[in-house]
Write a protein that binds this ligand. Sequence first.
Ligand code: ATP
Ligand code: MG
Length: 545
Amino acid sequence: MVGGLNGGLNIAHEAADRHVAAGYGAQTAIRWLGKDGSRRELTYGDLAGMSSRFANLLRDHGLQQGDSVYSLMGRVPELYAGAIGTLKAGLVYTPLFAAFGPEPIRTRMEIGSANVLITTASLYRRKIAPFRDQLPSLKLVLVAGDDAPYGCVALGPALKRAGEAFETVQTGAEDLALVHFTSGTTGKPKGVVHVHGAVEYHAYSGRIALGLTPGAVYWCTADPGWVTGTSYGIIAPLVNRVTMIVDEAEFDLEHWYRIIAREKVEIWYSAPTAIRMMMRAGAEAAADYDFSSLRFLASVGEPLNPEAVVWSGKVFGQPFHDNWWQTETGGIMIANLPGMEVKPGSMGKPLPGITAGILTAGEDGLTECGTGEIGELALRRDWPSVMRAYLNEEERFANCFADGWYLSGDLAARDEDGYYWFVGRKDDLIKTSGHLIGPFEVESALLEHAAVAEAAVIGVPDETAGEVVRAYVTLSRGFEPSEDLERDVRAHARKRLGAAVAPRAILFRKTLPKTRSGKIMRRLLKARELGLPVGDISTLESDET
Ligand code: ATP
Ligand code: MG
């Protein structure tokens, strides 16, 4: 299905122009819901035209293939047209979280030698202007709207002036297309490089793992600032010619439920952090909405607790289907596919064509673990969207590969039916009295308790046991911290997990530290616990010490 650019391969062609050429120009590509209640329908024809204007604008400013374009903005139409236009012109696209502070923005733009920034006037004034002179590579700043701050170009009039005809650059499969920064959950974020050839896998995995079909109403709630927001928030849905819902607003439970009911969302891709927020509000909060349009729900970013799978099945008539991948893999690797039996708590199985392994390092190098054994989750290095580099970090990149495998840094086990079970990050494994404990197992058991909304589990040093398990917990609506509750939650965990594995202490928190992509930062809890330096926390979103 991918192809048709005179032998070249370009993501933008696959995502927009190919559909126009095939006669689908009038189909809605993006149904945009503005914060102020406004709506805008962008057809595939509109997107092709607007992205061509973008591409011309970039060319008119002297930018060349391989130059780097960053975006720093919320979910506005310019972001989507800008991403596609960038790729169309053969430039490399990198999104940032609009909510980043000036420092994380500056360092990322420096690492990637950003040449162009697409943003808004207010974000520019607050976050870029103060250090613009420290970014010598930055040649052009494009701001949405009709007025631009000094030194920037207003996109409104500039796009109008730019020509609507642009011949897509015939990039090859190995030409650079995207750089995404990792979430920074385990340390300093890495700039992950992807190529145009990845589109083949975006198309395939979107179809196979999310069930994207032409015309389907699809909603990906991921922030455009991280990889999910591009792979499955722009590329995979457009390549599969769906109608994408793009909601400008931030998470708000009732607003979300309204969107699903009103827009008749069929396929919904979200994340555990949002699902846990829904659970925290209770099934009653969802009772008044019609969810009958939903036919497939998927989740990514963090392990999806079994409790959340079961709960969502009851509330939405469809359980969330967990899938696993990373910035480095570029696309979904392991998933509960549409139609497959879901085992709550399992990430599912490798997509057809993907070879996964559970590896352990022995004297003879890497060997595959047996059924049920915990090892490092690895993938045969032969799929199109595997990363091609970490920016400026050759050695770190090289260390990710061995014996033909890509090593994920995550621990997992495979059961007798071939389902994969996430255990934890390599760094997060807890060793207590000779047991190895993955935080996910303990967190999932804690979540079964009615009072527990979210849990983060770490190991803290202990003289006799080596480490002991400690849990940080936020509470569901209607529960207050108390000693009795702490005892009760601990007793529940002991019953479920046994005394050796259950947390010794449970600390109640109002929030847990999370990255902007919604991942719990266990390393931060641990560093604070041990009084160690907190390291890179540039992606930290919510927090309470
Ligand atoms: P960094 O690499 O900078 O520490 P990160 O690993 O969180 O950050 P991402 O690439 O956004 O950055 O996230 C990938 C990681 O997210 C995976 O390695 C895994 O630990 C976790 N993850 C994603 N999906 C799942 C899932 N379905 N189940 C369990 N873990 C998941
Ligand atoms: Mg990672």
